[in-house]
Design a protein. Structure first.
Length: 207
């Protein structure tokens, strides 16, 4: 019951703060996220792999959190999505797993912007397709840039990475599954994924 309640909060609140609550309850505090060598051919969307530059930034972040949700946890979460939001429930049910890494920095902001650029470059080097970059300059609480990369299998999406950067935070979300581009849009606002404009997805050229 407690696990279902926490996961329900994570999904239905659609806020990164609730995702962090899940991490705090089910994951013990730890150091930098693990950096593991993965074979993209064997596992095109390895949830446990993160770019080395992300581990570097994590070691300098005063506040950080990392957690992974497997199919069992995601199934419980999908079951708590209301009937009125069936497309979101269907999109969650197509996921094999989700990993989230969040870092919050002090007033000086992200200490090394070149490390953020190295994170972006790592997905290009792995052959992931860059779908969209959006910038939100609506105010001090929303200023930031969001990048989305996908692994394609024909018309379907095998996985996606969302990198959301603000002046004082960095969030990396990796999702794995058998999705459509429409499913990705329904996952916006969940698991730390920003609420990107739907037009950003529809009009974005895959690079």
């Amino acid at each position: 019951m407690k696990l279902s309640l926490v996961l329900g909060i994570s999904v239905l609140s659609a806020t990164l703060g609730c995702a962090l609550a899940v991490a705090q309850e089910y994951m013990a505090p730890s150091g930098p996220p693990p950096v593991r060598t993965a074979n993209p051919d064997a596992d095109p969307v390895p949830l446990e792999w993160v770019p080395p530059a992300l581990a570097q930034l994590s070691s300098e972040a005063p506040v950080k959190s990392s957690f992974t949700l497997d199919r069992t946890m995601l199934g419980l979460a999908a079951g708590l999505v209301p009937d009125s939001d069936a497309p979101t429930r269907q999109a969650i049910n197509k996921l094999d797993g989700v990993s989230v890494h969040t870092m919050r920095f002090n007033e000086a902001g992200i200490p090394d912007e070149s490390a953020v650029e190295a994170i972006r470059a790592s997905y290009h080097l792995r052959g992931w397709k860059h779908l969209v970059t959006t910038s939100d300059h609506g105010g001090p609480l929303h200023n930031g840039t969001t990048d989305v990369w996908v692994v394609l299998d024909g018309a379907n999406v095998r996985g996606a990475v969302v990198l959301a950067e603000t002046p004082r935070s960095l969030t990396l979300v990796t999702v794995a599954g058998n999705l459509s581009p429409v499913d990705l849009m329904h996952l916006r606002g969940h698991f730390g994924i920003p609420r990107l404009d739907a037009d950003d997805f529809r009009n974005a050229p895959v690079q």
